[in-house]
Design a protein around this ligand. Structure first.
Ligand code: OOB
Length: 537
């Protein structure tokens, strides 16, 4: 039998334990411990709830008992797709306690993505909200369930329709839970990916909690921390960099924002005396440019973290003087490696670099096209290996193998320069991905959907520079019969593609540029099309 994924090899694991990086802590345990230490402190705040640590811990335990009563077993995969609400925290800690494995989906995902997650993981449960941002997730769930026989139960926050009400799930119980091992699969996170369909990232308690603890230390979190979740909570950045897990680990307070608009964010910073939040560059720009800013008291805000996509220096320089807080750049990836600028870094480093790795054990290689090291300070492809970076994707087989070297380095697909201080500057990308304001789009995935249309002979998806989002997407189409852009967009939406993946621009061409002899290289084709587009703009 082929294993689902390749763990970090035993000799490395031992090294990480000996160094004190992997401590054997698990998610379920750490929350129980914090519930005793910080019992009466507020842990989670959203529009409707204010839960203390004790309350969160009790809710997680009751959720675990209830999920078990509904047939969810240790090791089962459960797709969790919830908006930024307190129940998200109760559900994931319920699953952790039970030893079941959350699969983190984003609210923007639709049929095409969710059905893939269910198919790959053979999920037995799917947790949704009834409606959110004008979309009814119950109908989506019914459709997904029809094609995934393993998916037994859909749990709905709100009106359940034909499914199971999440509110009815929690129960008291005293049957003990399966003992969760720290080297067990703890959850599956999503990869932006660069080839093929979505890829799932297997993380274990030991490796993830190491990154969480160190992130909390780097960001100087404490019991006094109030962290605003402005991004979708299931994304790796607000989850663990230091995110909700870092904050709970430190005994601080999580405040969940229902949307990342300036008014909502400013209002919550003022009302809850928020000390730190993390956003993607377009949101940082909105906060900087919002005329409403002056009407709010933002004096509690100490750190604005910006990451997920490149934050240009010009904007980075505005943060401290205009928002009155410190900027921290975060360059991370759900596969592992996370870089931060630090409190003691000179201002120039903070505004011009994307930080340096969390751990002294993070191995970083900057390589040329032949996989040879570039001269110090030169641009090259970033590869990494370390105590919290995966060695394989989950159930990806051959498809995933190209992303790793024989000796276990992950090919990030990012082009970087490294300073003598260890700080990395992200200079571009070698992977066929579009980074649309932090939301990652795989060119190949969209092309495959376009190719399914009868009128499409060939398709190439490229990025176009954009002042606000950093990049937008453009699909070049060679058509076999007349077809218009709105029809193609509608076609993609009907296939159930998340809205952020629908091409912003669609260009029709007679042929694609020739790419030399032999096999057509999509990589070169995309590069050529992107170059001609940026010349034009
Ligand atoms: C974060 O994670 P993912 O998995 O959504 O995306 C990772 C990719 C990186 O490989 C890089 O291409 C890009 O997103 N990226 C950045 C960046 N931060 C991420 N590119 C330039 N500058 C940055 N600061 O995006 C993520 C995970 C944890 C913490 C923060 C971000």
């Amino acid at each position: 039998m082929i294993a689902d994924w390749t763990p970090i090899p035993a000799e490395f694991a031992q090294r990480y334990r000996d160094a004190g990086y992997w401590t054997g802590e698990t998610f379920g345990e750490f929350l129980a411990d914090r519930a005793t230490r910080f019992a009466g402190n507020l842990a989670v705040v959203d529009e409707r709830n204010r839960w203390t640590y004790r309350e969160l811990d009790e809710r997680a335990t009751r959720m675990a008992h209830g999920l078990r009563a509904h047939g969810i077993e240790p090791g089962d995969r459960v797709v969790v797709q919830l908006p930024n609400i307190a129940e998200f925290v109760a559900v994931i800690f319920g699953l952790f306690r039970l030893g079941a494995v959350p699969v983190f989906a984003l609210p923007a995902h639709r049929y095409a993505e969710i059905t893939e997650f269910c198919r790959i993981t053979e999920a037995t449960g799917y947790v949704i909200a009834d409606r959110h941002a004008g979309f009814d997730y119950r109908a989506l769930a019914t459709q997904v369930q029809a094609e995934n026989p393993a998916l037994r139960t859909v749990f709905v926050h709100g009106e359940p329709g034909e499914h199971t009400a999440l509110a009815d799930v929690p129960v008291n119980g005293d049957e003990p839970f399966h003992t969760v091992r720290p080297d067990e699969l703890s959850f599956l996170q999503l990869s932006g990916g660069s080839t093929g369909g979505p890829k799932l990232i297997p993380r274990i308690h030991d490796d993830y909690l190491y990154s969480v603890r160190e992130s909390a230390a780097i960001c100087e979190l404490s019991e006094d921390t109030v962290y605003l979740v402005a991004l979708p909570v299931a994304h790796n950045f607000p989850m663990s960099s230091p995110g909700i897990l870092g904050v709970l680990h430190a005994g601080g307070r999580i405040v969940l924002a229902p949307a990342p608009s300036p008014d909502v964010v400013f209002e919550l910073i003022q009302r809850e005396r928020v000390t730190i939040t993390g956003v993607v560059p377009p949101i940082a720009l909105q906060l900087l440019d919002s005329p409403a800013r002056g009407q709010y008291d933002l004096s509690s805000l100490d750190i604005l973290q910006v990451g997920g996509a490149k934050f240009v220096e010009q904007a980075a320089r505005r943060v401290a003087p205009e928002l009155g807080c410190r900027l921290q750049q975060v360059f991370g990836m759900a596969e592992g490696l996370v870089n931060y600028t630090r409190a003691g870094d000179p201002d120039d480093i903070v505004v011009t670099t994307q930080g340096r790795p969390i751990s002294p054990a993070d191995e970083v290689r900057v390589l040329d096209e032949d996989d040879d090291p570039v001269a110090p300070g030169e641009i090259g492809a970033l590869l990494t290996r370390g105590p919290y970076t995966i060695r394989s994707y989950y159930r990806a087989g051959e498809r995933g193998a190209a992303n790793f070297t024989e000796d276990g380095f992950y090919r990030t697909g990012d082009l970087v320069r490294q300073l003598p201080t260890g700080h990395l500057i992200v200079e571009g990308r070698a992977k066929d991905q579009i980074n649309r304001g932090g939301e990652k789009i795989t060119a190949e995935e969209i092309e495959n959907h376009l190719l399914a249309h009868d009128a499409v002979h060939d398709a190439a998806v490229v990025s176009i520079p954009d002042d606000y989002l950093g990049e937008r997407s453009c699909a070049f189409i060679v058509a076999t019969e007349p077809v218009r852009a709105p029809e193609l967009r509608r076609f993609l939406r009907e296939r159930g593609l998340a809205a952020y993946k629908i091409p912003d621009r669609i260009e029709f061409v007679d042929t694609f540029p020739a790419t030399g002899v032999g096999k057509t290289s999509r990589r070169h084709l995309r590069a050529e099309l992107a170059a001609s587009l940026s010349k034009e703009s």
